[in-house]
Design a protein around this ligand. Structure first.
Ligand SMILES: [Zn+2]
Length: 196
């Protein structure tokens, strides 16, 4: 599996948009995790099979219509009400990306309808705006934000991944981290607990 942050060089305000592709000699779907809001991030990207959204804040979905019309993909989102969604993501669903199975974890607190995606075989976590590398966490001062709910969601991720590999953290903002990334999530939990 290869994960590329397409918005790494963006000069516009956007979330990260990750392309999850099969590695050399592997097979599976090329899936975009969040669309971001910078259409130029897709220059040179020819192959996208599906779009999965962690949540539908504007910086994560600004380029959705562009992505849908360019690649003809269907959209999976945690909210029923989001007009560009073809499928609803629910807690415990599994989503195939790059031939690997990712589990959907409903993780509200930053926004009511928000999911993380975790692949046990690869130890990869897409955390959306729940937690960021370095111990920070998603804003709770927006419309549906709730600090206590956010803390519960971070605990849920740590409990779900307890005793399982956690080697890569790809969040909605900031560069990704690799290695022992559990400590990043644990730091986010401590810092979020201190806030509420
Ligand atoms: Zn957000």
């Amino acid at each position: 599996m290869r994960v590329t942050n397409l918005t790494e060089r963006s000069m516009e305000f956007t979330s990260n948009a990750f392309l999850v592709e099969p590695g050399e000699g592997e097979s599976g779907r090329s899936v975009l995790v969040d669309a971001g809001s910078d259409e130029s991030a897709f220059d040179g990207v020819d192959d996208v099979d599906a779009l999965v959204l962690t949540h539908t804040h504007p910086d994560h979905v600004g380029a959705v219509e562009y992505v849908v019309s360019r690649y003809g993909v269907e959209v999976w989102a945690p909210d029923e009400s989001y007009s560009n969604a073809d499928h609803r993501l629910r807690d415990g669903d599994s989503v195939e990306m790059a031939g690997e199975e990712f589990t959907v974890l409903e993780t509200p607190g930053h926004k009511d309808e928000h999911v993380c995606l975790y692949c046990e075989t690869e130890g990869v976590l897409f955390s959306g705006d729940l937690v960021f590398p370095g111990g920070s966490f998603g804003r709770t001062d927006l419309g549906e934000g709730d600090g206590e709910v956010l803390v519960e969601s971070i605990r849920k991720v740590l409990e779900y991944t307890e005793g399982k590999p956690l080697r890569e953290l790809h969040a909605g903002h900031q560069p990704s981290v690799e290695g022992d990334v559990r400590r990043h999530v644990e730091a986010s939990l401590r810092n979020a607990e201190a806030m509420v």
